[in-house]
Design a protein around this ligand. Structure first.
Ligand SMILES: Cc1ncc(COP(=O)(O)O)c(C=O)c1O
Length: 425
């Protein structure tokens, strides 16, 4: 490691908000058992699952793997566990129980939402989508608009930084806007978008909002009620949990949208936007990650919403402390371009998802070299080809993406920078 890099790490060690108990955190992940040190930098693709999650799944499959909600004990217990997950997540996200839904994935949940909007919108209506999103969040909406005759307006990113500027959204909003679809944070750019401000603007124009929280949620479970989004979605396999999608759909929007499930489920709020039959075990195990949050915020007194806030503060402070050395190391190189901001914007979190390209070496080669050196990372367009096109990146070779979360250690970051030094030369 170079001398300059060493001094950056001294800065990290004295970071005054470093309050996360990393040893405690890592003890909750089987991936780190027995001293294992996976150098895992593909967390934006999917995180490790915490022990609470795998234990809950195992228990369900062992004790209650039957059709739920019948009178016999195993079935009644299965139903109770599923209900408990709905209740826990409603409290954690600051919304009503009826507003929490579990579907097979975020792509599936956004697809169903788009079908429902398509039955309500028509010619003369406008929908605003971004080109910063993962395709899951806007592809279905764009196709829906085409089918029903609504006009699509694109809120485009800054071609240099890949960021979305709110002034450009303001210019697109009008009395015809019925829906605004955008990400809380892009899976490439890493910068948090100001969800509360955007939802406020959309609401003033009379439009609903669908927010893709997938890339933000691993860095904090937010108070969706306070943010003001009409729909907020994330993927639980990226938040230390099971492989399914969580969708918050506020009651007012859910009631306005037509039922997408069997006709006899029209009045069952939990089911009307989830045509897929629920994966009972995964729904039942979905609440376990909140037990993890509580177990790793020792000393915190309060409800699960408060524990999520406490964890978010600790997670983000730790992540930020690890982010600066990598951003600065990459940004100091004249042959590297970071797609996204190189500093966090005041008041908004810069998630530790760093995408970059090299002027000299293709992304596939860098990723292959990193893998060879023991770093788990990848290259590609990560289903965000519109963003890469807008920022002038080859969508086939794509970017090298390095992403981490709160369980990542300083030793992981030192290892990463060492590998980058070798891969980039
Ligand atoms: C930002 C973002 N949105 C949406 C999705 C789609 O989520 P899912 O895999 O649950 O369909 C992904 C998946 O990688 C993503 O990164």
């Amino acid at each position: 490691m170079s001398e300059a890099t060493g001094s950056l790490f001294d800065m990290v060690r004295s970071y005054d908000q470093f309050v996360l108990d990393l040893e405690l955190v890592r003890s909750h992940f089987p991936a780190f058992d027995n001293g294992k040190e996976p150098r895992f930098f593909e967390n934006a693709g999917g995180s490790f699952a915490c022990r609470e999650t795998s234990d809950a799944l195992q228990r369900f499959y062992t004790d209650t793997k039957v059709q739920p909600y019948a009178a016999y004990p195993a079935s009644a217990r299965a139903g109770e566990l599923m209900d408990a997950s709905h209740n826990r997540w409603a409290q954690a996200l600051g919304v009503a129980v009826s507003e929490v839904m579990f579907g097979p994935s975020t792509s599936m949940n956004t697809y169903v939402l788009a079908q429902a909007f398509g039955q309500r919108l028509g010619s003369g209506d406008e929908v605003i989508v971004t080109n910063q999103d993962h395709e899951a969040n806007t592809g279905a909406t764009r196709r829906m608009a085409e089918r029903c005759g609504a006009t699509v307006r694109e809120w485009s990113v800054d071609s240099v930084t890949g960021e979305l500027h709110i002034a450009n959204l303001e210019a697109l909003l009008s009395g015809k806007t019925r829906l605004v679809v955008f990400p809380h944070c892009s899976n490439i750019v890493g910068a948090e978008n100001d969800v509360a401000a955007i939802c406020g603007l959309a609401r003033s124009a009379g439009a609903h909002t669908i927010v893709d929280g997938v890339s933000y949620a691993p860095h904090g479970f937010v108070d969706v009620g306070a943010l003001g989004a009409d729909a907020y979605l994330f993927s639980m396999y990226k938040t230390y949990s099971v492989h399914q999608g969580l969708m918050v759909l506020r009651n007012e929007l859910a009631e306005w949208l037509p039922n997408q499930s069997h006709h006899f489920n029209a009045d069952r709020v939990r089911l009307r936007m989830i045509p897929a039959g629920p994966d009972h075990a995964q729904v039942a195990a979905a609440g376990a990650v909140l037990d993890y949050v509580e177990a790793t915020t020792p000393g915190f007194v309060g409800d699960v919403r408060g524990a999520c806030e406490a964890a978010k503060t600790a997670w983000q402070a730790h992540e930020a402390s690890l982010l600066q050395p990598v951003l600065r190391w990459l940004d100091d190189r004249s042959d590297v371009r970071i797609i996204g901001p190189t500093e966090a914007t005041a008041g908004l979190h810069r998630c530790p998802t760093i995408a970059f390209v090299s002027e000299r070496i293709c992304s596939a080669q860098i990723a292959a070299e990193m893998v060879e050196l023991g770093v788990m990372a990848n290259n590609g367009n990560f289903y965000a080809p519109r963003l890469l096109e807008a920022t002038g990146v080859d969508i086939n070779d794509g970017v090298v993406r390095l992403s981490w979360v709160h369980y990542t250690s300083l030793a992981d970051i030192e290892f990463l920078i060492g590998a980058l030094e070798q891969a980039l030369g």
